[in-house]
Design a protein around this ligand. Structure first.
Ligand SMILES: [Zn+2]
Length: 235
C-alpha cells in the first residue's frame, strides 16, 4: 500500500507561482494541517497579471483582484498569512534576488516542511505542458531550502540560518507520499472557487475535475480523497 503521510508539521511554508496554485495543488493538505494546529504561511511569487484572456484587461486590476482572491482562499484554509512577491507572470527567473527573498521567509518562519511544485515535471502525458513559472518556482524553492537557508554563509543578512528538513513536491510524476484529504476536500474546493477571475463559468467543471483528481490519488493510497507528493529529505 502507498505511503500515507500522517505527520502534521508545526510550521509549514507553501511556495507557489500563481495566486490559485497553492489551493489547487495542496489546499486539502494545508487545510488539514491548519485544522490540526499548524502555522501555515503561503508565498505566491508571481502577480498573476497575465491571468486573463481579454487583451483589453487592465493588468493592475487583475493583480489587485487576484490578490484579494488569494487572501479569501487563504482565510478558508486557515492559512496565517499570504505573502505576495509580485513578480510579473512569465518574466522572472530563479535568480539571486528571488532566492534571497525565499530564504528570508524560510528563516523567519522556520518551517519543518516546504511545499512547492515539482520542477522536474514538464510534460503530463501528451496534453499538458507545465508552466514555466511553476518550474522556476520549484527550483528556486529547492535551491533556497538546501543548502542556502541552513547555512549562514548564504545571504548573511537574511536572518539566522535555519535548516529545512524536507520538501513535499506537488504535481509530481513520481509521487511517493499521499495525504488523506477526505476531511478537507470541501474546504479545498471552496478555496479554489474563490479564484473567480480564473474560473469564469468553469467552476463546476473545475471542481469536478479536482474531485476526480483527488479520487484518483486516493485510489493509489487506499483512501477516498488524497493529494500526492514527492517527498524529498533535504537535511
Ligand atoms: Zn500556476
Amino acid at each position: 500500500m502507498a505511503d500515507l503521510l500522517d505527520d502534521v508539521p508545526q510550521r509549514a511554508l507553501a511556495i507557489y507561482a500563481h495566486p490559485d496554485d497553492p489551493d489547487i495543488s495542496c489546499g486539502g493538505t494545508l487545510a488539514k494541517w491548519a485544522r490540526a494546529g499548524s502555522q501555515i504561511h503561503v508565498v505566491v511569487c508571481a502577480a498573476g497579471d497575465k491571468g486573463s484572456t481579454d487583451p483589453e484587461a487592465d493588468r493592475d486590476e487583475i493583480v489587485a483582484r487576484r490578490a484579494d482572491e488569494a487572501r479569501q482562499a487563504a482565510a478558508i484554509l486557515k492559512v496565517v498569512e499570504v505573502h505576495l512577491l509580485g513578480r510579473p507572470d512569465g518574466e522572472f527567473d530563479n535568480d539571486l534576488a528571488l532566492r534571497e527573498e525565499l530564504v528570508t521567509l524560510m528563516r523567519r518562519h522556520r518551517p519543518e516542511v516546504v511545499v512547492c511544485p515539482d520542477p522536474t515535471a514538464v510534460f503530463f502525458g501528451s496534453h499538458h505542458y507545465n508552466h514555466r513559472d511553476h518550474r522556476t518556482v520549484g527550483w528556486a524553492v529547492l535551491d533556497s531550502a538546501a543548502p542556502a537557508a541552513g547555512s549562514s554563509h548564504y545571504f548573511p543578512d537574511a536572518g539566522p540560518a535555519c535548516p529545512i528538513p524536507e520538501a513535499l513536491l506537488s504535481g509530481s510524476l513520481e509521487p511517493n507520499v499521499w495525504v488523506d484529504i477526505e476531511s478537507t476536500i470541501d474546504q479545498k474546493l471552496l478555496a479554489v472557487a474563490r479564484h473567480e477571475s480564473q474560473l469564469a463559468d468553469a467552476n463546476d467543471w473545475f471542481a469536478s475535475a479536482l474531485r476526480d483528481g483527488a479520487q484518483h490519488a486516493g485510489r493509489q493510497a487506499g483512501v477516498r480523497y488524497a493529494e500526492a507528493f514527492r517527498r524529498v529529505q533535504l537535511t
